[in-house]
Write a protein that binds this ligand. Structure first.
Ligand code: DX5
Ligand code: ZN
Length: 217
């Protein structure tokens, strides 16, 4: 199975969001990646659930929602109502991760757990079988357009090994500084989903860039 591409709308043109959503609809992309920031867990504020709900009305592909917020538990019904397919919460923001992940699945969404660059993958050893996707941050979350952190590649390989050893189907997604060069190495290391913001929306031909990222082998 080929890897998936999830364009991050954080780098889209907010004055003309509809055009960018339609571009993604008509491209080789698989998901829409929506970044929610609260100015507390990360030093930036992006957009919230009413915007995601509007995006969902015209998006023809699943919404991959990445919550960079404290206490994500309290928003599970709201995220579901906004139309999320995948709800990603940060390991570092959840005191009772087992409860959070169960509640996300009970609400009818796929559960994703995100690790900041400093958090090792072995932290997820025991919960892995209850998680649909692990999102590895390859930058410190909060901003688009940052430089890829190299040691993420080792984390992808080690996580892949853990998943295969346990005979699981957990997906590995990578987010931050992904472009054609880092994307190729991530796919080789075992990444299943590539998020890209700046590389796609900063390109003169975003649909073509999505196609190129999707064609990496
Ligand atoms: C960063 C966000 C990312 C961001 C990636 O905190 O989680 O999804 O949009 O942007 P690029 O691909 O430009 O690094
Ligand atoms: Zn993200």
């Amino acid at each position: 199975m080929s890897h998936k591409i999830a364009p991050s709308l954080l780098s889209a043109d907010f004055l003309n969001l509809q055009a960018d959503i339609e571009m993604v609809n008509n491209s080789d992309a698989d998901w829409f990646h929506c970044d929610v920031m609260d100015g507390s867990f990360v030093p930036n504020i992006s957009f919230g659930f009413p915007i995601i709900k509007q995006i969902g009305k015209i998006a023809k592909k699943p919404l991959d929602v990445h919550l960079m917020i404290v206490n994500p538990d309290q928003y599970i019904p709201v995220v579901k109502d906004a139309g999320a397919y995948m709800m990603n919460v940060h390991y570092e923001a959840c005191v009772h991760l087992n409860r959070t992940v169960s509640a996300i699945r009970e609400a009818g969404m796929k559960a994703g757990v995100t690790l900041n660059p400093h958090s090792p993958v072995w932290l997820l050893e025991d919960i892995l079988e209850y998680v649909d996707m692990v999102l590895l941050m390859s930058v410190n979350p909060g901003f688009g357009g940052q430089k890829f952190i190299e040691y993420t590649l080792g984390k992808v390989s080690r996580l892949k090994e853990m998943i295969e050893k346990k005979n699981l189907r957990t997906l590995i997604e990578v987010d931050g500084g992904v472009n054609l060069e880092t994307g190729k190495r991530l796919v080789d290391a075992g990444a299943d989903v590539l998020v890209a913001g700046n590389a796609i929306f900063g390109d003169a031909n975003p649909a073509e860039m999505i196609h190129k990222l999707k064609s990496l082998v």
